[in-house]
Design a protein around this ligand. Structure first.
Ligand SMILES: Cc1cc2nc3c(=O)[nH]c(=O)nc-3n(C[C@H](O)[C@H](O)[C@H](O)COP(=O)(O)O)c2cc1C
Length: 434
């Protein structure tokens, strides 16, 4: 293949299967253990992943719907992503460190500062995944009763990203002088106030951290609605998306590239990574057995709660009936993807929660290692994506299986470039130099 595959590893909690923590080889303490993440990140780096990625929410979002689900969920215990990535930066050397942070529940100065610091600490390996969040649980941790509506939070998000990038640009590259003889630490004329005044923010600046092209954090965007895509088209280096079929993915990426062009950007300066939760084996049968082993661990209450988190309360509908149109979608784009999947495959509510609990929103792939690589190649060649954000069912067990079974086939087909240590993140992401 002439185009390299960009591989990301999404590594929140213990992995992406709802009941993975019950697997005999799972260590349930992993999601709050630095050793667990160090182990995962260093393995991913060695295997050629370009980035590790942490999704995030600033609340416990898991619900006790139906009763019993909360006790069964492994998605309450977590670590704060930037703190974790800062620690990981000192035990890794090359892998990108991407953390999610919400524009709804932060201030731009904080975000600009924290990511600029991670960019410096890690030698230019930081990335900010821009999200607007989706839960009322988060609102209630920040003095609000309800999560702001779509227009409000995207209005804030647009302005938020503008302020952050202005703060990152507030130091000229040659502002620091460190001239001991003439006692000039920096040239204040090269450090600029931003004096931003907008509908949501009033920020004077400048930032208190110089950002250079080499340490500037990458901008990542996740959120597939029109407003989310607009932010991506204007600013993002990487877009994380979860289309469930190749046609949707091709269309989505094409639309995004057209939008980027309209903003005067080279469309190749945005890379789209699509999420996959892989259940792989030597053969397709092995993979299917693996999937069934994990799904046999899902208690029904937990399965139903996963559906609730994505599509609102469906408990009034018959479990073995069709999936209704969501009227209370928490995450519009994910809910629409799920509905499409249910309609195409004629899934009941019960069957649909099985699919979600196996992958929590990302596309689930059950295939032999060869089959998965065929699938990845087909997606790349069709222009459906520039790479994949791998969301293993259980960490580190299923990452190891992916590395052992899938990566060798990718190398054999020339899909993964062999970068030498010290190659910068932009190059690993196949992005133009900043
Ligand atoms: C692939 C994907 C990943 C996301 N990851 C997160 C996340 O980690 N944390 C979060 O608060 N929201 C996350 N979101 C939610 C988005 O930021 C956004 O709030 C949500 O998608 C609603 O906007 P939309 O209609 O543009 O998708 C994600 C959305 C998508 C599509």
């Amino acid at each position: 293949m002439d185009k390299p595959v960009i591989l990301g590893l999404s590594m929140r909690y213990l992995g992406y299967h709802a009941a993975g923590w019950r697997h005999p080889q799972a260590d349930p303490s992993g999601s709050i253990s630095f050793d667990h993440y160090r182990n995962v990140a260093t393995r991913a780096e060695k295997a050629g992943f370009a980035m590790v990625f942490l999704a995030d929410g600033v609340a416990i979002r898991a619900q006790d719907h139906p009763h019993g689900a909360l006790a069964q969920s492994s998605q309450l215990a977590d670590l704060e992503p930037l703190t974790l990535l800062s620690a990981l930066s000192s035990v890794t050397t090359d892998i990108g460190l991407v953390a999610t942070a919400s524009t709804t529940y932060n201030e731009p100065y904080h975000i600009a500062r924290k990511y600029a610091s991670l960019g410096r600490i890690s030698g230019g390996r930081a990335g900010w995944n821009i999200v607007t969040s989706w839960s009322d649980a988060e609102a209630r941790n920040f003095g609000m009763e309800q999560h702001p509506d779509y227009e409000t939070r995207y209005g804030r998000a647009r302005e938020f990203v503008d302020v952050v990038t202005k703060l990152w640009d507030s130091w000229d590259v040659d502002a620091l002088k460190w001239d001991k003889r003439d006692a000039i630490f920096q040239d204040p004329a090269k450090i600029h106030a931003i004096n931003h005044k907008g509908a949501h923010f009033s920020v004077s600046g400048p930032l208190d951290i110089p950002v250079t092209p080499a340490t500037r954090p990458l901008l990542v965007q996740a959120g597939a609605s029109q407003a989310g895509m607009e932010i991506a088209a204007r600013h993002a280096d990487i877009v994380y998306a979860v289309p469930h079929d190749i046609e949707t993915a091709v269309q989505y990426r094409q639309t995004l590239r057209d939008m980027a062009r309209r903003h005067g950007r080279d469309p190749d300066s945005i890379k789209v990574l699509t999420g996959i939760t892989p259940y792989v084996g030597q053969t397709h049968d092995d993979a299917r057995k693996l999937y069934e082993t994990y799904n046999s661990l899902i208690p029904p209450e937990l399965g139903l709660s996963y559906l609730y988190a994505q599509m609102g309360d469906l408990s009034a509908f018959p479990l073995d009936g069709p999936v209704p149109e969501p009227t209370d979608a928490r995450v519009r784009s994910i809910a629409n993807n799920l509905l499409k999947l249910a309609r195409e495959k004629n899934l009941t509510i019960r069957e649909l929660y099985g699919v979600i609990a196996a992958g929590f929103g990302a596309r689930v792939s059950i295939s032999s290692a060869q089959g998965l690589v065929d699938e990845m190649q087909a997606w790349m060649e069709a222009g459906a994506c520039d790479g994949f954000n791998i969301c293993p069912p259980l960490l580190p067990l299923e990452l190891d299986r992916f590395i052992d079974l899938v990566i060798p086939h990718m190398h054999a087909r020339g899909m993964l470039p062999a970068f030498t240590s010290g190659t910068g993140l932009r190059r690993r992401m196949n992005l133009p130099e900043g």
